[in-house]
Design a protein around this ligand. Structure first.
Ligand code: PAF
Length: 279
């Protein structure tokens, strides 16, 4: 992969990269289309498919994470992707060698809140694998979804701090017709849970309306309490966190105004779903 990428870069060809964990859905396809628009028909679009073990904690769903490599390859072909890079654990973490893997990339500021509080080792795994993939794929541009807003912010910080020569592009969240953000983990939901999963979007829409109707803003605690009450209509859903923050630094705001961002994580049954939006 690296040799191929180097030869393209030497010829001045742009490389648009979409890192994924597979089980591709419309959200991923939109990222691929975005990558193609960014690099143009003369550029190369590369998609990686790799379920990265280091971003899952031992209690999380690494082994059951949905996988369908045949379908993924077909979808990439239909989207006109030039290269699908599917490394294996032994290539990435050298598990079959005597010398254990021992180098990690850690972002120390933005990674500590929200997802980082609920999943303390998650972003270390993400920054490590993305840095490694950048070194293998040598992209000029990499596309990340806004659905993982905090992940995109952490990656942008890593790219700036470590001087990676890549431009990070973000693309809007793809949603089902009832507002549920499209995610590979939606597959885990049974019928009742799928109906209840709309609670995330209902919280976002409610917060948006309240904030836009109150030009002086709303106290964050009061807004959160109001949103928590919505959960009584959704038996299988329970909130993990609801946060309101400044988009640039991810710092919490005490008074929520139009233009601030909201993020939430919710357990629907055993499945943990996340979403976020600008208010
Ligand atoms: O967003 C994802 O699917 C993953 O976190 C990523 C960026 C592919 C790294 O494994």
């Amino acid at each position: 992969m690296q040799r191929l990428a180097m030869s393209w870069r030497r010829q001045g060809i742009s490389i648009g990269f979409v890192p994924t964990m597979g089980y591709l859905h419309e959200g991923h396809l939109n990222l691929m289309r975005r990558a193609r628009r960014v690099v143009g028909e003369d550029g190369i679009v590369i998609v990686s498919i790799y379920v990265n073990p280091t971003q899952f904690s031992p209690s999380e769903d690494f082994s059951s994470y949905p996988r369908d490599p045949k379908r993924d390859l077909r979808l990439c072909g239909e989207e006109g992707v030039d290269v699908v890079f599917t490394p294996e654990d032994r290539h990435i973490y050298f598990r079959d060698t005597a010398a254990a893997y021992s180098t990690y990339v850690v972002e120390e500021s933005l990674s500590g809140v929200m997802e980082g509080e609920s999943r303390p080792t998650h972003f270390r795994g993400v920054t490590t694998i993305v840095a490694k993939l950048f070194n293998l794929v040598l992209p000029t541009h990499a596309v990340f979804g806004e659905k993982d807003f905090q992940q995109a912010a952490v990656i942008k910080r890593m790219v700036r701090d470590l001087h990676f020569p890549v431009k990070i592009v973000t693309a809007p969240t793809s949603r089902e017709s009832d507002g549920l953000a499209i995610s590979s983990r939606n597959k885990y939901l049974n019928q009742e849970q799928r109906a209840d999963a709309v609670v995330l979007w209902r919280c976002i829409e409610t917060a948006r309306k309240l904030v836009r109707d109150n030009s002086s803003g709303i106290e964050a605690g009061r807004l959160r309490d109001g949103l928590m009450r919505i959960f009584s209509d959704y038996a299988s859903a329970r909130p993990d966190y609801i946060e309101f923050f400044d988009e640039a630094l991810l710092t919490p705001v005490s008074r929520v105004r139009k233009g601030h961002r909201m993020a939430l994580a919710v357990y629907v049954g055993e499945t943990r779903l996340i979403d976020n939006a600008r208010l």
